[in-house]
Ligand binder design. Structure first.
Ligand code: GAP
Length: 479
């Protein structure tokens, strides 16, 4: 992971937010290449999800009426259990603190708190099982015998308390309770409250969906693992409204489609898996939920959730707003609240999965017949930030002028990069490292027959292509 974080900074994918002031925890900035990659991920999602007749797009405001978050359950339920160390003031999410407690410390805690705990040999599984039971039943007692990971003091934790993850701010000049609004913690609610607006404006009938890409904000207690858990991030969410009774079938269909999307964009199959939420851990709105998980260097992590949200959301917004959100079916004369199947992907987490999955270090031949290690990002060409680099082999004999003309001709159609510095082998390596699928080189043969070499990133094979056909050639391979 460290190599990817360092490459991200060096080559302009991702920078720490407000870095010159020491950074702001849980916030990241996308640099020139990162912004292209992120845009390409979002474009691929938008095309897959809305270039079809049964899904419409919206772009709702980030600030919404505060009652939205009461209706959605976020004011009451969107909390994490949290503790502070009274000594060093570090703050922890209780579940993560327990998860990261070593087996030895779990065993010590078990023995300290349970007089019946065995004194002799015991398996790690048994220790984990017993520790989990104690942590669930006697949370504060367990906290009382653990040491703070930061300062190492024992018994310095406060009791566990609920911490709401929504960021609060105020609308207008008066900062009182009546002016409180929240930065949305998910984009979904902007879709639910617009369900009938979109349905009637676009004359859709269930089954149909509404898609949205946008920022979401969560005041996460523990931000970690680069872009994985951040305080500001982007979601790509689609809510599919169906007739009750057809929800299970649509849930299964969307599950398959969403997994397929990641596979078609080149993510390694073995690095993706399903995780079904256990019945007793389902979110308050869900009847069934599966996560698509990616195997990051730090372990498996959710990149998208597919949820059967039932009629919970629309029923609650009806109740809290006093406005009917029922759909009336003219043909069958039925009036009902649709069930919702949600596909909720993190744009930033998907970005990170595509970046991590593309990263390789390989042996590659050098011009003098030896080999060297090349770092290469094997992005699907649709996601690559730069589509083609254009080089003059040498900076004389008219080669730079022809290369510049080629760059100018390609630029309106794709992101291109011109590079005339250093040996051509080094220029290839620089492009490999940022995942550019094609490098186009103008050489002495170009002067004779108007052909250039096109070198493909993954195979490193070169082909000669006539300049007049270059754009068609690249576009065919890129999209
Ligand atoms: N509307 C449902 C919803 O928001 P979620 O599982 O909380 O469900 C959906 O979030 C997706 O949003 C996750 O799969 C993840 O990709 C992304 N996500 C959630 N919290 C995040 C965070 N703190 N940082 C980055 N991405 C996050």
């Amino acid at each position: 992971m460290d190599k990817i974080v360092s490459l991200s900074k060096r080559r302009g994918f991702v920078f720490q937010s407000s870095e010159i002031y020491g950074g702001l925890n849980g916030c990241w900035d996308y640099g020139p290449l990162g912004v292209e990659l992120l845009r390409n991920v979002k474009d691929a999602w938008w095309k897959a999800m809305t270039y079809r007749e049964d899904i419409e797009g919206v772009d709702a405001a980030i600030l919404m009426h505060p009652r939205v978050w009461e209706a959605s359950g976020h004011v009451e339920n969107f909390t994490d259990p949290m503790v502070d160390c009274k000594q060093c003031k570090s703050r922890y999410r209780v579940d993560i603190l327990f998860e990261e407690t070593s087996i030895k410390k779990q065993k010590d805690a078990w023995r300290e708190l349970d007089p019946n705990a065995p004194k002799g040999q015991v398996t790690d599984e048994e220790v984990q099982k017993q520790f989990a039971i104690l942590a669930e039943k006697y949370t504060d007692k367990v906290l009382g015998v653990l040491t703070c990971p930061n300062c190492g003091n024992k018994g310095t934790f406060t009791g566990a308390r609920k911490f709401n993850l929504m960021f609060k701010t105020f609308v207008g000049p008066v900062e009182d309770a009546n002016a409180i609004v929240y930065l949305r913690p998910e984009t979904a609610q902007g879709i639910f409250v617009n369900f009938l607006n979109v349905q009637s404006a676009s004359r859709q009938k269930p089954p149909f969906g509404i898609a949205q890409i946008g920022k979401a904000f969560r005041n996460e207690i523990n931000t970690k693992n680069f872009l994985f858990r951040t305080r500001e991030f982007e979601q790509m969410e689609m809510q599919f409204f169906v007739k009750p009774g057809s929800d299970v079938e649509w849930f299964n269909r969307w599950k398959e489609e969403r997994m397929q999307w990641f596979l078609e964009l080149g993510i390694t199959k073995d690095k993706l898996q399903w995780h079904q939420h256990p019945r007793d851990k389902l979110a308050h709105y869900a009847k069934d939920a599966y996560d698509i998980e990616y195997q990051f260097p730090f372990g498996w992590g959710e990149i998208e959730g597919i949820h059967n949200r039932t009629d919970f959301d629309l029923a609650r917004h009806e109740e809290y707003s006093g406005k009917s959100l029922k759909y009336y079916d003219e043909q069958t004369k039925e009036r009902y609240i649709p069930y919702i199947i949600e596909t909720s992907a993190g744009a930033s987490r998907s970005f990170m999965a595509f970046l991590v999955d593309a990263y390789r270090e390989e042996e590659a031949p050098t011009a003098d017949g030896k080999t060297e290690v090349r770092t290469v990002l094997k992005f699907d060409p649709r996601l690559a930030p730069i589509k083609a680099a254009v080089f003059p082999l040498v900076n004389r004999e008219g080669m730079p002028e022809i290369a510049k003309q080629i760059e100018t001709a390609l630029r309106p159609h794709m992101r291109v990069f011109y590079d005339d510095s250093g040996a051509v082998g080094r220029r290839y390596r620089r492009q490999d490292e940022i995942g550019t699928p094609f490098c186009v080189t103008v050489d002495s043969q170009t002067l004779a027959d108007q052909t250039v070499t096109v070198r493909e990133r993954d195979s490193m094979q070169q082909e000669r292509v006539n300049v007049s056909q270059l754009r068609d050639y690249l576009q065919r391979k890129l999209y």
